[in-house]
Each structure stands twice: as C-alpha cells, then as structure tokens.
Design a protein around this ligand. Structure first.
Ligand code: AMP
Length: 970
C-alpha cells in the first residue's frame, strides 16, 4: 500500500540482470548460469542445477556481497521451477525435490573467498508446484515463489547461498529487500522514510510541520515492523494568510484573507474591503470606509452614518421636544446613537431664517436633556429649562462606531427654534424676618427663572387648623410683605407665586410660621400660682379619665364575654342599633393572639380525642372527634388543625377564623367550642356537622327532599346570615360549599376569615383588579370594585338558593368566569331550577338585582321563607309552569332570538333543563326543541361557552329566557 515501501537491495531479476552476475558456483559442475527467454520471449538469466542421477550432490551458489544498508530485517523472495522426481525415470534414491537457502553476515566483501561451514541455514526450500513431463512430452513450467525473512542483521553486509543436494532446480529470480515506512505527509506534518525495528515494537517518529504552518499539538506517528505508518497524533495548522491545499500550506489568493492560524480556507474579503496581495492576513478598507476597534476581520468596512432626517421640534414654553428620523444611511452599522448639541444663538429672526451673521455659544449647563444629550438610542429628546424668548440651535448628529475615525465625514441635522413666553419658575426661598403676636414679615428670593418681568407676587395664607377652607390672598410688588391681623399663637401656612405677562408661575412649597403667644404681664410669683393651678387641673382630669377607664373595664369583664364597649372604638363606621353587638375585626388588634383569647376559650388538648380525618382545609386536616370538658357531657366536635412548619402569618390567619367565629352565637352559625394554642398542634374546635358541606350533601341526595325540607334549610341559612349582617359582618364567600349540615338537616354558615377566606376557596379566581373572588357567587359590584356588603352577601344567598333548589348543580354550569361576568352584566340571570317554586325563583331574581339597594335584606328573606313554610301550598306553583308571575317575563321587545319569540317557545327553552339531565342518563322528549337554536342565535346572545354542544344550548336557552329588566323587588 501507500504506507508500505519495499526497498530492493539485490540481485537477480529478469529485466535488470543482463550481464554476468559474478556469483560463485562451487563445484563448478554444479549451478550453471544460463541465459534464455521466458514465455514472452523476454531474455532472462537463470541459475540451474539438475544432477539428479548422481548420489551425494552438494552444489553451492553464492551471491555477491550485499550491503545491509539500514535494514535490520531483510526479505528474500525466490522464484524457481523444480522438477518432480517421479517424472524422471531411473532416479530413485538420487533425485531430490528441495534445496537449502543460507546466509553469512560479514562486515566487508570477501571476494571469492568461500567456506561452506560459515553459512547459516535460513530454510529448506521446497516447491509448492513442481513440474512434470506430460505424456505428450510437453513440459509444463510451473514457477514457485517463496519468501523468507532474515534478521536481525548486525554486520554491514551479507551473502546468500543456495545449496543443492540433487534436485532439478532453476532459480529464475532472487529479490532481496527490506521494508520501510516511506516518507509521508500527515496532518500537515512530514514524516521521513523510516526503517522499522526488527523486534515487534513500533518506532515512534516525530513529524515536522510543513512550510508556513505551526504545530498545534506535536505531530507523531508510529512505524510498524511491517513498514506501515500507524496512529497519527497531533497536527500542524496553516499560518495566517495561508490555507491548506493538497497537504501543503499555500498563500491566500488576492481578494482573500485569513487572519488566524488554522486549517480553514481563506475567506473572501468582506464588503468595502480588498486585498491586492497573496497571503493577506486582513483586507484593507476601501477609501472612506473604516473598521472600528473590536470589529472582527470578517465584518464589512463601515462609515459614519448620514445626518438624521426630518427633525421636528415642538415647543412648549421653555422646553422643546425634538423628534427626528433615522439617517438614510447608517453606514452599515447597528451601533447608531444620537447626540444633541444645544447652542444659543443671536441674530436669528423669530421665523428661524438667518438675518445675517449668527453668533452662537454653547447652552448653559443647566439646560436639561431628557433622557440625556448624548448616546441616545431613540430618535427623540426633550430639552427643558431653556430661557424664554430665546433662539436656540440644536445640532443632532447620528454617530456610530467609526464616527470617531472620520471626523470630516460627520454630518448633523440642525434645527433652530425660538422659545415662547413662559410663566416664572416657583419661588423657592422664603424667610421669616420678624414675628409678633398679630403680624409677620416675610421676604423671599426672586424665582430662579423669572422668564420675563415679574409684575407681582401672590401670597396666599391660612390657619393651619382650617386646612385651606378659608384663606387670605395678598399681592406684593417686591420680594417682601408684612401680614397683619393674624391670630396670636397660631400656626399659619403660606404659599407664594410670581406673575409675569405669561401668567402665574407654580406655587412655592408650603411655608409654615407661627405668631407669638399673648404675653403675660404677671409677676413670676403669680405665674407660679397659675402654673400650680394648671397642673392641679390637669391631674384631676387625668385621674377622672383613669377611673372611668378602670370602671369601664371591670364592668365589661363581669357583664359578658364580649367586650362590646371596646368594639365601639373599633366600629367600622356602620350605624348600629343600640343593644346589638358589633363584629370586631381581629386584625384591629395589634396582637392577634390577644384577639383569639378575647373571643375563644383555650382548651386543654387532653380534653380532645381525635377519631378520624373528615376533610382537608387550607391549613391542615379537618378531623372529627370528641370533646369532654370537666363536669360537662362529652360532645362530638370537628377539629381543624394547623399543620407543622407554619409561618407566623399562617398561624395568625388560621386563628383569625376562631376569633371571628367566637364572636358569634347563633343556631345557624357554626359554633366555636374553643382553641388549642398553648400546645401543638394548634387546633380550632367547633361543633360537629355530621352531613358535611351542603353542596356535596345535596348532590348525594339528589331529588330526595320535600320542598318544605329544602325551604327549612334555606331558612336556616338566611337566619344565620341575618345574624351576621346585624353584627356588621360581611361573609364574602357565601356558597353551598361553605354551609355545613348536621344530622338534623340544620344548616349552619361556616368558613369565616378575613382575606384568607377567599384565598383558600378553590372557586375564587383572580379579578383584573387583583384579589381573589368566587365569581359565580359574587355580586357584580363586588367583582367590579370590591364593594362587599351585606347586599352582596344577599346576591350570594340567591346563588345558594339556586344551588339548593337544583341539588348542588354548579351555577352557570361550565361557562367560563369571564362569560359569567359578561352575561350577568348584560342582564342575564340563572334560569329556575327544575320544579322550583315560583316564589323561590322570584326570591332568587330579587337577590340578583343589579341595584344592590333593591335586593331583599336577610330579615326580609327570613320572613318570606317563614311565610312559605306556614303556607306550603304556595310551593306547588313552580317557576317552570305557565302560571309564572308576570314580572318574570322576558323583555320581549329586546329579544333578538326569533325562534324564542313566544311564550310557548320560552317554555320550551325552560324545559331544556330536564334536557341537561338527559345527558346524565334520563331522557326527555322536549330535547327536540333544542335543535331550533342555531349557532347564529348563540352568537346573538353574546356569550361564548365551552362544553358539550347540547349542554351549551341548554345553558344558553335558559340564560336567555330571563329578564334583562329584573323583576320588582319584594
Ligand atoms: P374548611 O377548611 O372549613 O373548608 O373545611 C374543610 C372540610 O372539612 C369541609 O368541606 C367539611 O367537609 C369538613 N368540615 C369542616 N368543618 C366541619 C364540621 N364542623 N363538621 C364536619 N365537617 C367539617
């Protein structure tokens, strides 16, 4: 192969061996040198011997002395023919079919000196193929090739010898050679001819980098004993300006460059650059093009940008906004910034034209640039604090990374403006010169920028106490004034503003001064008397107050567990009827744990036995268990725990619920038994409600209660809510899931808290105004602007009413929160649940009045429900029969749904609610009517709803069938 090289060092081979070779043959009748021709009639020279008839043959043929050169191991390739003894008659016993190959190492040519015994045998050579005389007398010549290795050789040269012992042999060719790893170039390193070692080890050879290249990692290769190059390691890289071409490093052609060491190709010069010579490391920039420091060699040469264009100025009194467009030519760079130079010029007319010579000077340093004057990335700047009625020239220059290299090429756009008249800047320094009981003298400094001639100053002052409800205004021409007729010993506030032809400037900051007190003209003795008298009076007053507070506290503790008197101080501004307790926000307590202990009993953990987990709350598990207080009956309780690892705030929020609950005492409000705060886990213990939360309870018992039973539950909730609203407590999260039901079907309002109530409720969604709100249960005004009141609780009550009457159906089904907000806002209301008594549906609609003052109060709700209970017959009239009250009728004049134009259609729409049920198993024939509602109709309704198509239609029809003008309140 290309790696292997055989170096011939001898001897007998056809074409080269023309003349006598001079090999020694001994004895002389043995080997004979014979010239002949091969099968192609090419003359060849052979050595032959064929003494097969005689015994004891010992014929030697010795080569000339062969210098070893650098070889350690040589190869001898023999080509010969050998005659098969069988084919020769009568030679049995004398004919042989092998001959011996031998060698002798010497340091010099020994001429004809020859001794048999000095030779060492290399091998006995036998023929692979011998030739036979055929029957026809033809001789078939068969050439054998045998190769033998000899080595290691140490002397300078050697002889080979062929010993014949009675065969019929013709030596046609003897090639003696050694192998070497030939000169080669790998990875741009040259490796010289290398003779392998005789032993089995490899020769490590270091390569030399080719011209114009540098070593990256020292190049090395190994030469094997077989003369093969193995394992190239390391490499060389072409120098900058050179690239690799067929194992050499060649100069880059003109128009190309290579700036770095490496085996990359040369690159074409980037735009606006050139290289006239071969081997360029860089391309030079064309005239008027440049490279900024740090620009890579591969980047095009660039030039400074052209001037900004279309400068527009808009003057506002003494400030100007300058706007311009990007330059037409950015010079080929992206790092364009703008710099604005301000010059104040004289000799320019107001319309901006030049009236002859112009004298310009740089603007004063107090001119303000917004965002700044230099390095602007945007094409606008605001220049403020200019002088009024003054001419300015602004030079706006676009700069890029090469602007500094070509100062002569820089261009700018200029704009000349004249500022307008401007009001004076505010007076900032006011001094009090003299004060007396009824007057004060003040002086001040003229404004920093009067922007014209100051006509006068306006001085406005008023008593600090009066808070500007009445004030006095004075005018002064100069920078001082004396204010007379003031009250003694009184604090006054004052502001000054200057006026020019341009009007008033901004007012000064408010300045405060006090008039002197009335001076006593009494002796030091009598002043002492006065002092003592005053001190005594103060002491008496303080004592009285102290006594009053102490007595008040004592009474409060002995009278009730609720410190009502204290609450008066915390009252949230609501006007409350006397005798009714007011809810106290525990957050008004500086220390919330004080609030807990004020309203909740601390229980000993040993009195509580936990039975099992019944639910999961935000702060930890909710368990059922028993509470046994000394000398009391054991009762079932629910225990809310605060899980470990809580923060201070979490503990506070957790206990806030107990602080609130503890203030309530009503059969329809979940009762607090107490709290455990002194040991861990922290617990809130309440009465146990066997049937859990109302929504899941109703879903579990779908259609299993009588109307009276449902109304009874609703009455309880309303009664609890009446109590809460009387206390001034707004629940904010009234929903069936927050009502608990006990084994007697008594419903109780639960889930109290402050902000946390909503944070915990999975129904609560974030509104655009921030804060979490359970959209479906919340009144529009509470969603829109967080107006939470008992009236918004009434709205929620209407939703609970709907939830109860539909046995835990989800309000507005799967409409999105956004769609709910939109639909409710547009006047749509939930339809009556199936078989819902008309009066109850009426009550729902009333609770969902847009105008919150029109919603019924909880007191009214309770009395409506009471009347219903007393007169159960009234429950028979259901909302979805023809005898619906007239005021529930949809406002048909605004109806946009033609297919629902009649009362009959509306009723069909109503029956879609059973259809909703159809999807959960039961089927109703009235579903056919659904088909009438086209998708167009859906769009007209203006709400987009996701969910199964039929359900969408059912929800929509139901929604649409309700009044936009709301019914008359009860
Ligand atoms: P809460 O953290 O108040 O929402 O309570 C989580 C769950 O615990 C509720 O949904 C109820 O199933 C259950 N739970 C809470 N309080 C009670 C109670 N007093 N009696 C029975 N179960 C309750």
């Amino acid at each position: 192969g290309a790696n292997k090289d055989e170096t011939l060092i001898c001897c007998l081979y056809s074409k080269a061996s023309q003349g006598e070779l001079g090999w020694i043959s001994y004895p002389s009748h043995g080997w004979e040198e014979i010239s002949g021709v091969d099968e192609h009639y090419t003359p060849i020279r052979t050595f032959q011997v064929c003494n097969v008839m005689e015994y004891s043959q010992n014929n030697w043929l010795r080569t000339n002395w062969i210098p070893r050169q650098s070889a350690q191991k040589i190869y001898v390739e023999l080509k010969f023919t050998l005659r098969d003894c069988n084919s020769i008659p009568l030679v049995l016993g004398t004919c042989k079919e092998t001959f011996n190959l031998l060698y002798l190492e010497t340091d010099d040519d020994q001429g004809s000196h020859f001794r048999e015994h000095q030779f060492s045998k290399i091998d006995t050579i036998a023929a692979d193929e011998s030739f036979t005389q055929t029957d026809l007398g033809d001789r078939i010549l068969k050439l054998n090739t045998e190769v033998r290795e000899v080595g290691p050789l140490t002397k300078k040269g050697f002889y080979l010898a062929f010993q014949d012992v009675g065969a019929c042999v013709a030596l046609v060719s003897v090639r003696v050679y050694f192998k070497k790893c030939p000169y080669t170039v790998r990875n741009l390193a040259t490796f010289p001819d290398t003779v392998p070692m005789d032993s089995h080890s490899l020769v490590e050879v270091k390569g030399l980098c080719v011209n114009h290249s540098k070593e990256e990692e020292p190049p090395r290769m190994y030469c094997s004993t077989e003369g093969e190059w193995l394992v190239p390691i390391g490499k060389c890289l072409c120098n900058p300006g050179y690239e690799e071409r067929s194992n050499t490093c060649q100069m880059c052609r003109a128009g190309f460059y290579k700036s770095a060491l490496g085996n990359l190709e040369c690159s074409k010069c980037p735009p606006h650059s050139f290289s006239h010579h071969e081997g360029s490391l860089h391309c030079g920039c064309e005239k008027n093009f440049f490279r900024a420091e740090g620009d890579p060699a591969s980047m095009a040469c660039t030039r400074p940008p052209s001037a900004p264009r279309n400068v527009i100025s808009s003057i506002n009194e003494t400030s100007v906004i300058l706007d311009w467009s990007w330059p037409e030519d950015t010079g080929g760079r992206r790092d364009v910034t703008f710099t604005v130079l301000c010059k104040r010029c004289r000799g320019v007319t107001a319309n901006g034209s030049n009236s002859g010579t112009q004298r310009c000077e740089p603007c004063r340093s107090n001119v303000r640039f917004l965002p700044r004057a230099a390095g602007l990335h945007n094409t606008t700047v605001t220049v403020g604090d200019l002088l009024a009625h003054t001419n300015y020239t602004f030079e706006i220059e676009a700069l890029n990374g090469v602007s500094a290299l070509a100062p002569k090429m820089r261009q700018y756009a200029a704009v000349t403006i004249t500022t307008n008249q401007a009001a004076p800047s505010p007076v900032t320094v006011i001094r009090k010169e003299k004060t007396s009981r009824n007057s004060v003298s003040l002086s001040w400094q003229e404004p920093e920028r009067p922007n014209g001639i100051i006509l006068d100053y306006e001085i406005k002052y008023y008593e600090k106490e009066e808070q500007e409800t009445s004030y006095t205004i004075l005018r002064a021409r100069g920078c001082n004034v004396t204010l007379n007729g003031l009250k003694s010993n009184t604090a006054y506030l004052l502001q000054i503003r200057a006026r020019t032809a341009a009007g008033y400037g901004a007012s000064s900051p408010t300045f405060q001064f006090e008039t002197s007190p009335d001076s006593f003209s009494i002796s030091s003795e009598s002043s002492q008397v006065v002092l003592i008298a005053i001190s005594a009076a103060v002491a008496i007053i303080l004592l009285t107050v102290l006594l009053y507070v102490l007595i008040g506290r004592f009474c409060c503790r002995s009278k009730s567990k609720h410190p009502d008197e204290k609450r008066l101080h915390f009252g949230n501004g609501h006007l409350r009827l006397p005798g009714i307790r007011t809810y106290v926000d525990p957050h008004t307590y500086e220390d919330p744990s004080q609030a807990v202990h004020e309203f909740a009993k601390e229980l000993d953990a040993s009195c509580i036995a936990i039975d099992k987990v019944v639910g999961a709350g935000e702060f930890g598990e909710v368990c059922s268990g028993r509470l046994k207080l000394p000398s009391k009956k054991e009762i079932c309780v629910a225990i809310k725990t605060l899980k470990g690892g809580y923060t201070d705030k979490q503990r506070r929020d957790f206990l806030a619920e107990a602080s609130i609950m503890g203030q309530f005492d009503h059969p329809n409000i979940i009762r607090l038994e107490g709290v455990v705060t002194r040991s861990k886990p922290v617990m809130i213990v309440t009465e146990y409600m066997e049937n859990g939360s109302l929504d899941s309870f109703l879903r579990k018992h779908d259609a299993q209660f009588t109307g009276i039973q449902l109304v009874g539950m609703l009455r309880g909730i309303a009664s609890g809510m009446k109590y809460l609203s009387d206390m001034g407590y707004v629940h904010r999260d009234l929903a069936a899931r927050n009502i608990l039901v006990n084994s007697n079907l008594v419903c109780k309002v639960s889930d109290f808290g402050l902000s946390r109530v909503l944070e915990d409720d999975p129904e609560a969604a974030y509104t655009t105004r921030g804060g979490k709100i359970p959209i479906r249960w919340t009144a529009p005004e509470a969603i829109a602007y967080r107006k939470f009141t008992s009236a918004s609780d009434a709205w929620s009550y209407g939703i609970v009413l709907w939830e109860v009457m539909s046995y835990g159906e989800r309000p507005y089904w799967e409409m999105s929160n956004q769609d709910v907000i939109k639909a409710v806002d547009e006047g749509y209301r939930l339809p009556p649940p199936m078989d819902c008594p008309a009066t109850l549906y009426q009550l729902m609609l009333d609770c969902w009045q847009k105008e919150r003052n029109n919603r019924p109060k909880f007191e009214q709700i309770v009395s409506i429900l009471d009347k219903l209970i007393r007169n159960p017959g009234s429950l028979k009239i259901t909302a979805n029969t023809t005898s619906r009250p007239a005021n529930l009728l949809l406002d048909r004049s605004s109806s946009e749904v033609p297919s629902m134009g009649t009362m009959g259609d509306w009723m069909d729409g109503m029956r879609t609610l059973p259809c909703k049920e159809a999807f959960s198993g039961v089927s109703y024939s009235s579903c056919d009517t659904l088909a009438k509602t086209s998708t167009e109709d859906l769009k007209k309704v203006g709400v987009t709803i996701v969910g199964p198509q039929k359900k969408i239609v059912s929800s929509l029809k139901a929604l649409d069938s309700h009044t936009k003008n709301g019914p008359v309140p009860v």
